[in-house]
Design a binder for this molecule. Structure first.
Ligand code: ATP
Ligand code: MG
Length: 298
């Protein structure tokens, strides 16, 4: 079994399907609703589990019912929650999301507050790779430091704001487009990757939704196209990509092969509704890798 430590955020989304996004102080009726667990580390942990790894999450929630729901949802997926910390007086992070008939979203988010910095983690003797996000800086710093000390891959999900010192701890930084633009001040992929590679000791890449993934290799940009699928819901695609990428590195794949594996996993997730609930199994990913078409193949 491949053990992955995921340090960062776990949240809960209350999603309402409405005709029109609310604008007035009156009651709006939802045609349907879903309660979906989210957050970078939590979504990536679920991906690791569905793909056959063992995920150990280090995260913080409040003492509220939302915190319990987040914990239950992760445990039901098989994620180890020994390091899911509940701050009795803290607030979990959660959102009310309205989605109208065009798919446009309106989000009201409560940030987690009063969650502290619980860093006394109980971990298995062997961890094969680490994934951290930027939403819990102290936790990410501890996790990436552990990866360095053990000489295993330490991946950072580069969503802004990204502290330089944190990014410099990672062996691999996989940015979002917004993340790399903020980090480098450049929004053109090639120029931004060049700046990031110059500023960081590790390997760097950026994901760009349906356009696929770009990484920096030997002084130039390598493009890996996304798989061509029927997309119905991209919520959590980036998080699932990062979980799959980290697992693949831990299993010994090189970065190019790990990007392909992660692209297939994220693309399949996009074909189903319900955020991370649509994360595929290992067998489904293997089938897409064998038979699937990427955008460039057409
Ligand atoms: N429309 C799509 N079709 C196929 N693959 C997709 C699509 N959208 C995303 N993906 C896959 O998921 C990866 C990550 O997506 P994206 O770049 O949107 O992440 P992100 O910006 O971090 O967003 P988030 O974290 O909010 O999901 C892409 O590199 C791609 O491989
Ligand atoms: Mg992302």
């Amino acid at each position: 079994m491949t053990n992955i430590l995921l340090a960062g955020q776990a949240v809960l989304d209350f999603i309402f399907e409405v005709e029109e996004l609310p604008t007035k102080p009156e009651k709006y009726r939802a045609g349907a609703a879903q309660i979906i667990g989210g957050g970078c580390a939590a979504n990536a942990a679920v991906a690791v589990e569905r793909l056959g790894g063992q995920a150990f999450i280090a995260t913080r929630v409040g003492g509220d019912p939302v915190g319990q729901t987040i914990a239950d949802g992760l445990a039901a997926e098989g994620v180890n929650i020994d390091n899911l910390f509940r701050a009795d007086d803290g607030n979990s992070s959660y959102s009310a999301i309205s989605v109208d008939r065009h798919g446009d979203r309106q989000i009201v988010n409560l940030r987690g507050t009063g969650l502290g910095d619980p860093l006394d983690w109980t971990l298995p003797e062997r961890i094969d790779a680490v994934l951290a996000d930027t939403r819990w800086e102290a936790g990410a710093t501890q996790a990436l430091t552990l990866a360095r000390e053990r000489g295993i891959p330490g991946v950072l999900d580069g969503e802004s704001p990204i502290p330089q010192a944190l990014a410099a701890l990672a062996s691999h930084v996989v940015f979002s487009m917004q993340g790399i633009a903020h980090f480098t001040g450049d929004s053109a992929v090639g120029a931004a990757l060049a700046v990031a590679a110059h500023r960081l000791p590790g390997w760097v890449a950026v994901t760009d939704g349906g356009n696929g993934t770009y990484h920096w290799k030997d002084g130039s940009v390598v493009h890996t196209p996304a798989f061509r699928v029927h997309v119905v819901d991209t919520l959590g695609a980036g998080d699932v990509f990062h979980g799959a990428f980290t697992l693949a590195l831990a299993e010994g794949l090189d970065e190019g092969a790990a990007i392909r594996f992660a692209s297939a996993t994220a693309a399949l997730k996009c074909t189903r509704r319900g955020g991370r609930a649509g994360t595929p199994s290992r067998a489904e990913v293997a089938a897409l890798l064998r038979n699937g078409q990427t955008a460039a193949a057409e």
